[in-house]
Design a protein around this ligand. Sequence first.
Ligand code: NOJ
Length: 719
Amino acid sequence: MKEKVNIDEIIKKLTLKEKIGQLIQLAAFFFNPESVGEITGNLTEMGLEEEDVFRAGSVLGISGAKELKLIQSRYLEESNHDIPLVFMADIVHGYKTIFPVPLALGCSWNLEAAEKMAEISAIEASVGGVHITFSPMVDLVRDPRWGRVMESTGEDPYLNGLFAKAMVKGYQGDLKGPYNIGACVKHFAAYGAAEAGRDYNTVDMSERTLREYYLPAYKAAIDAGVMMVMTSFNTVLGVPATGNEYLMRGILRDEWGFEGTIISDWGAVNELIAHSIAEDGNEAALKAIKAGVDIEMMTPHYVHHLENLVKIGHVEERLIDDSVRRILELKEKLGLFENPYKSASEELETKLVLCDEHRNVARKIAGESIVLLENNGVLPINQNTKNIALIGPYGDEGDMIGPWHWSGRAEDSVTLLDGLKSYVGEGSIKYAKGCGIEDGNDDEFKKAIEVAKESDLIILALGEHEEMSGESGSRAYLKLPGRQEELIETILKLGKKVVVVLFSGRPLEISSFAKDVDALIQAWFPGTEGGNALADILMGVVNPSAKLTMSFPITVGQIPVYYNCYNTGRPKPFEENKERYFSQYLDIPNAPLYPFGYGLSYTNFEYSELELDKKEIVSGDTLELSVRITNAGDFEGREIVQLYIRDISGSVVRPLKELKSFKTIELKSGETETISFTIDEEMLKFHNFKNEFVYEKGKFEIMVGKNSMELLTTIFEFN
Ligand code: NOJ
């Protein structure tokens, strides 16, 4: 066996300059001899020398076994030490086999699926030479104007935490296997709360809200052993996260005991200047290192200023050593000192990347992530339906793998047209685009209407373009872009059966047509196997079971609308109330169009007999709750049974309901099952006025049901 490397010995041998080198992360083109022009330009712009490149500790945004092996070997030859580079990349929902975007994955409520997704991503990425992924992204989201909601699993802190844990486990395993990669949870913290949904915008909230809603999912990732944390671009409690000592050294390290590596987001150290907490690069470097950022991503302030800051005594060298130690430990844990090329292998790439097994899993997961929002019985499509018209910009489009597909390719994906043809054959389906996502001409439009007229059933595949969500993809209007709503209106006038399938990275504003169509499916960006998964659902081979993890607003003016909100002192007494002086809108209901937890099935699950084994408990006790669920419809199906709790009166205001548990059951038509939940005092805890995490005695309401609005309820007392 190889001897364990002695990290302290390595650090001792490094010059201060070399140590600081470990703290910069550069994009891949700096190391690629073929992108010479790009390198020189960027080196000059960043004020870096070529030697700085060969001192850098890590690289981002590159994959491919052949290329990475070349970069690593050249680096080891050129640098003055034997410390290998670590390669990081955004493998957010798949490497080349692309899975549904995380918001869709969230709607599966399937933690094993999330773990499997991460495991497969890790297999493919590791043979492609990648060592760390910048995932999971666990920012809680409430504002669909923000383009990055597609990267999150949704609006619930508990569920986001469970997904965070599952993904970390899937990527990292025990870190010993050849196909394990390190995970980096992001964006610490509360990036999802950008004001007005505008990306990179200020975040301002009370510390209690931060701790109650936003921090739990990052904490879950830390508890699951995530190796790295990425800071966010935004301000938290008045200080940008990347210069926020309270967040990084206070909460993350001291309170939560995180010992891994902290990396800034791209350029975020430099952004401390625009944020107005640093006058220049020197001060930005000083603030970031003191606050706890180990690696500066893609800006050069550490390289330019830390050496001098140490020399003049403004930064203790110990701080630099600590950061270097963490980075070297990361490399050590990943096995890079033993084998700097790790699992990079052209042969395994050919064998494993996009293999049938991975595709099949992607298809299954996509099937569990696609949400049925409306259905008057038109779905599933009758096997004998002969003339199907498939219309719309997403009908034959492979580019539905999401804005963070990174190395995934549209040409590898199965389109909806392909998927449907594999069931009904060429002859039974006709495709016409009708219009583009944002554009369209009258001829195309007319052609589509002609095709629609000749059909028995029309499927409209519509949505927003991938690039309309994701980073820097904020939108103020959330309606379907271009002429797509006009297309729906025109088609509806034909009086035929119409199914709308929506592709988007966020909940869109769809209230103008949602209730008029015969069926409505939220496909999100379903990934490489999206077309097959959708066809499975449309044809009834898969019974939809996904439930929304982010509320759909009626209109933009209702945002943010989310289920776990407070009651206010003047709650609206009932939805039809017309009296004034209640917390309500004059023109729309308070409730969203589709609430958290909502999603239909081809069958119907009925809930009854919600019972508690006792009505009172004392500290240390648990409570058993049972509920009967019957599959009262004609199809076998999977149901996600949700349990919410409300603290009826606390020392601080408490949400109307909070998801505390859920169970997934599969029932055949006519079958009934009684399921039980155990309630304990941990489920009753919250942050009080002093931000202590406590439970308080009193009455609690327990709610169980198929979504956050349709619930059976009962009450117990905690004495
Ligand atoms: C910026 C994004 O905010 C972050 O999520 C990503 O990981 C980095 N760029 C690196 O690509």
